[in-house]
Design a protein around this ligand. Structure first.
Ligand SMILES: *[C@@H]1O[C@H](CO)[C@@H](O)[C@H](O)[C@H]1NC(C)=O
Ligand SMILES: *[C@@H]1O[C@H](CO)[C@@H](O)[C@H](O)[C@H]1NC(C)=O
Ligand SMILES: *[C@@H]1O[C@H](CO)[C@@H](O)[C@H](O)[C@H]1NC(C)=O
Ligand SMILES: *[C@@H]1O[C@H](CO)[C@@H](O)[C@H](O)[C@H]1NC(C)=O
Ligand SMILES: *[C@@H]1O[C@H](CO)[C@@H](O)[C@H](O)[C@H]1NC(C)=O
Length: 561
């Protein structure tokens, strides 16, 4: 293992000291010469991508250990031990031993990329019974002291006080504070697939190492309509550099535990914001400014791939600005700024188009939480920083969408060109992902001829009465990109506009099979979504880039997880 230790937090164990999460280098299998080839990633390719020497991979789980001392030493622990719901004070964590999933357990999916590339564990270990127990909370990893994190948050706009952390008990998500801390297959498959898919879309995110399902019955009222079903428990082993959230700071500020607030802030800054000096008198201000900037960037990235998180409460927003807490998320299909993935969010508070504003709201709450450790002057400056959020967001959004259209350099009319296109997409309900993808796949010549044979999304778009006006502007704009071959434009666009995203109907079909212990479609999706920019035969056969089937329109996303 490398000597550089980063705190990676498993869903179960709260903290593990292992090698840092490498940023993926740009050598994706999206290069033009890989196009159309068999995209099965060989173990060697993965190893070389992650620069992992196969003989350094752990063959035996007994060699794997984690350390929690960093977090335990840094903060006072809850004096009460035990896994039950309670209000806690003057601490950041409680010790809490997870309740094991009841067997028999099955390994439903595993991410080789995470296991080998991040955890340095040989894939062979996943064959063992022991792995199932470690990864599902039944057996504690050597060195692990399972911790439940105490945090609070603003949920749907209102302060909700202390919130439980079911994750620390169960490696999975939980439904609500009085929940059983269990996740079911449905939500676990969704989280496993989506967090890995987001990573390969280059969006900062928590990762998922494995998905284990059991026969343990879990009662769920999927649509909150009184129909309780028995579903089976499942566990996602997930990791992130840190699981601290805006709500982690809010609860300390709200309850007047200012020393502890300072302690947690110092810890987060020392661990994760290496560019901030610990004796900088403005360090909290610089920290705030970094979070504001990175949150703006993250949300712009969500928008650029049509991702709606679904529950943007302050307790679901990472201080490291990575995507966490995959619940009723959704990828927008027909372009619609009012797209709401959570079917019970009637108000549309967390619609895709509201995300940028919700980010602002959450950053305001972060500022409130920080205020006790800021001087009056720093508070003023922080307010100015907060005001800058909108500008950062718009700038990043503009950049990303320019890239989606293959535009180089800046021209005054670019914003108009983008907004015009989005408006037409809205009017014609064009598919967000495939419209951009096909604009990149089609040659300028074919665009010019208006030949959209076998381009279903462009066919939809071109039904707009102003389409030809927009097209002329676009082609003129492309024409002004001197010395830029049309193939280069296509190549650029195909590297930023995915051909495959995790559409609800795709996940639904995989979940149906997984519930019957057939994990083949989970595996297929996992594989395909690891190269979302590369056209793949199996994906095409499955219709993943085709017009969504009619039954997909009737799907509702359940909220219970
Ligand atoms: C991999 O590691 C082994 C043992 O540490 C070493 O003998 C071998 O030369 C390494 N191989 C490469 C390609 O670095
Ligand atoms: C803002 O965040 C982005 C994304 O992490 C980063 O690339 C950029 O350098 C940051 N800008 C500033 C001024 O910190
Ligand atoms: C967001 O956080 C709340 C409170 O911790 C939790 O109930 C909810 O499950 C989280 N949302 C998701 C999608 O994980
Ligand atoms: C979906 O929205 C409803 C209504 O606002 C909310 O009560 C529920 O908690 C949301 N679902 C999740 C998983 O957060
Ligand atoms: C439209 O484009 C397709 C694919 O390039 C080509 O096969 C077809 O002949 C074109 N049709 C017309 C009418 O030009």
């Amino acid at each position: 293992m490398s000597s550089v230790h980063t705190v990676l937090v498993f869903a179960l164990v709260a903290a593990a000291s292992v090698t840092p999460v490498h940023a993926l280098d740009s050598c994706q299998s999206t290069d033009r010469d890989c196009h159309g080839h068999d995209t099965k990633t060989s173990p060697d390719a993965i190893r070389s991508r992650w620069n992992v020497n196969a003989s350094n991979l752990m063959q035996d789980l007994d060699q794997f250990s984690v350390s929690c001392t960093k977090l335990i030493d840094a903060f006072p622990l809850d004096e009460v031990d035990g896994n039950f719901v309670r209000t806690v004070k003057n601490c950041i964590f409680s010790k809490s031993i997870p309740t094991p999933l009841k067997g028999p357990l099955r390994l439903a999916a595993v991410s080789k990329d995470v296991l080998e590339g991040i955890l340095n564990v040989d894939m062979a270990v996943t064959q063992s019974e022991e792995f199932l127990h470690y990864a599902s909370g039944g057996k504690l990893l050597p060195g692990s002291v399972p911790l439940a994190h105490r945090y609070g948050g603003h949920q749907f706009g209102y302060w909700a006080g202390q919130l439980g952390d079911g994750r620390a008990h169960s490696l999975g998500r939980y439904t609500d504070r009085s929940g059983d801390g269990r996740a079911v297959i449905r939500s676990s498959v969704r989280e496993f697939l989506c967090s890995e898919a987001m990573h390969f879309l280059h969006v900062p995110t928590s990762r998922a190492a494995s998905l284990i399902v059991s026969d343990e019955p879990v009662m769920r009222d999927q649509f909150y309509n009184g129909n309780v079903n028995t579903e089976r428990g499942a566990v996602v082993l997930r990791l992130a550099k840190s699981w601290f959230r805006i709500g982690s700071l809010e609860i300390l500020s709200q309850s007047g535990e200012i020393d502890l607030l300072r302690k947690l802030l110092n810890f987060v800054i020392d661990e994760h914001f290496s560019s901030i000096s610990s004796d900088d008198p403005d360090k909290y201000l610089v920290f705030y400014s970094t979070v504001v900037n990175e949150t703006a960037h993250l949300i712009a990235q969500w928008m650029s791939v049509g991702f709606a998180h679904g529950v943007c409460n302050t307790d679901n927003f990472s201080l490291l600005s990575i995507t966490i807490d995959y619940g009723p998320f959704g990828f927008m299909e027909s372009y619609n700024p009012d797209f709401v993935p959570n079917s019970s969010d009637d108000e549309g508070r967390y619609s895709i188009g509201a995300q940028a504003n919700v980010g602002l709201f959450n950053l305001e709450k972060l500022l409130t939480a920080l205020s006790p450790v800021l001087t009056k002057k720093q508070q003023k400056e922080a307010n100015v920083i907060l005001k800058g959020y909108v500008h950062i967001y718009q700038m990043r959004f503009h950049q990303l969408f320019k890239a989606k259209l293959g535009l180089l350099r800046d021209e005054e009319g670019d914003g108009y060109l983008i907004a015009f296109l989005l408006k037409m997409m809205e009017d014609t309900q064009s598919d967000f992902t495939m419209t951009f993808r096909q604009l990149g796949e089609v040659s300028a010549q074919r665009l010019h001829n208006g030949n959209f044979t076998q381009m279903w999304a462009l066919e939809d778009l071109s039904s707009h009465r102003l389409f030809s006006d927009w097209l002329s502007m676009y082609l003129l704009r492309l024409g002004r990109q001197q010395n830029n071959h049309d193939l280069d434009r296509q190549h650029r666009m195909n590297n930023v506009n995915p051909r495959y995203v995790l559409r609800n109907w795709m996940a639904e079909s995989a979940i149906k099979k997984a519930e019957m212990n057939d994990f083949s479609e989970v595996e297929l999706l996992h594989h395909i979504l690891s190269s979302p920019f590369v056209t793949q035969e199996t994906a095409e056969e499955a219709g993943y880039a085709a017009r969504p089937p009619l039954w997909a329109k009737r799907l509702k996303v359940s909220c219970s997880s």
